[in-house]
Design a protein around this ligand. Structure first.
Ligand SMILES: C[S@@+](CC[C@H](N)C(=O)[O-])C[C@H]1O[C@@H](n2cnc3c(N)ncnc32)[C@H](O)[C@@H]1O
Length: 250
């Protein structure tokens, strides 16, 4: 490969070679895994719990469904899904083993271990057959994936016809004054909190930069449609700090 063939992407505000990004993201989540859940509560003042509940309200899990929770980390979304859908089964896939280790401990504690499987893997090359799952979720994960469009195509492939995709991700505030205030909070407070609570400023600097780089609601909806999904809709959460996107494989 010549130098001009080298494809680049972004890691927060840095430009990196495409094949370096996954290793860097893996490094971030390996470092934060054992403080991940507490940091989520601290940084969002617990609001991420309300967003995940809103995701479940819109998704309306049904008994017996098979969920694939990609970039599922410590299992937050899968636990909520299983608690609402008796007899359902969930597969949590994540590329960072230490996040899955933390999730397994929580599953034991919540007596949900039997309905769960934990798989180390990449959202861009899912180790599952076509038409396997009823529901595909990805919560605060897609922003970290090197080629987002590839991950969306994989979501489409592994869903059964009639299956549903739901994405929870940080987004953009449509009001410029609020976006300005939110940026001040993000860039000044979150990395400092990361240093104090998790002893890791850089990982939280990456977090806020990656949020700012992620496409706005309409652009992301277009990417979901481009992967083949229909009836694509979105809902803003907390004025657009986060958004839920839904699509169907018809
Ligand atoms: C912010 S955490 C989200 C965890 C969980 N879904 C939640 O909402 O709390 C992001 C997760 O995405 C995972 N991840 C990033 N890129 C990935 C990829 N290409 N394939 C699979 N997992 C990935 C990371 O390892 C990390 O566990």
């Amino acid at each position: 490969m010549t130098e001009s063939d080298t494809r680049t992407t972004h890691f927060g505000f840095k430009t990196v070679e495409e094949d370096q990004k996954a290793g860097m993201v893996h490094g971030v989540f390996t470092r934060v895994a054992n403080r991940y859940d507490i940091m989520n509560d601290v940084m969002s003042a617990g609001i991420h719990r309300l967003w995940k509940d809103a995701m479940m309200d819109w998704l309306a899990p049904r008994p017996g469904q098979k969920l694939l929770d990609v970039a599922g980390g410590t299992g937050d979304v899968s636990f909520r899904f299983l608690k609402r859908a008796p007899g359902a089964a969930a597969t949590v896939l994540d590329m960072t083993e230490s996040m899955l280790v933390e999730g397994r401990k929580r599953a034991e504690a919540e007596s949900l271990a039997e309905q769960l499987s934990w798989v180390a893997g990449d959202a861009m090359a899912l180790p599952f057959q076509d038409n396997t799952f009823d529901v595909y979720t990805i919560s605060f994960g897609i922003r970290n994936v090197t080629r987002i469009q590839d991950a969306l195509s994989e979501a489409y492939r592994v869903l059964k016809p009639g299956g549903r995709l739901m994405v929870l991700e940080f987004s953009q505030l449509p009001n410029p004054a609020l976006q300005w205030a939110y940026d001040r909070y993000s860039f000044n407070v979150i990395p400092a909190m990361g240093q104090i609570v998790a002893g890791d400023r850089d990982s939280y600097q990456y977090l806020v930069e990656s949020i700012r780089r992620f496409p706005d609601q309409e652009t992301f909806a277009g990417m979901i449609r481009a992967a083949g999904f229909e009836q694509v809709k979105y809902r803003n959460l907390t004025m657009g700090v986060a958004a839920l996107h839904s699509g169907w494989k018809i």
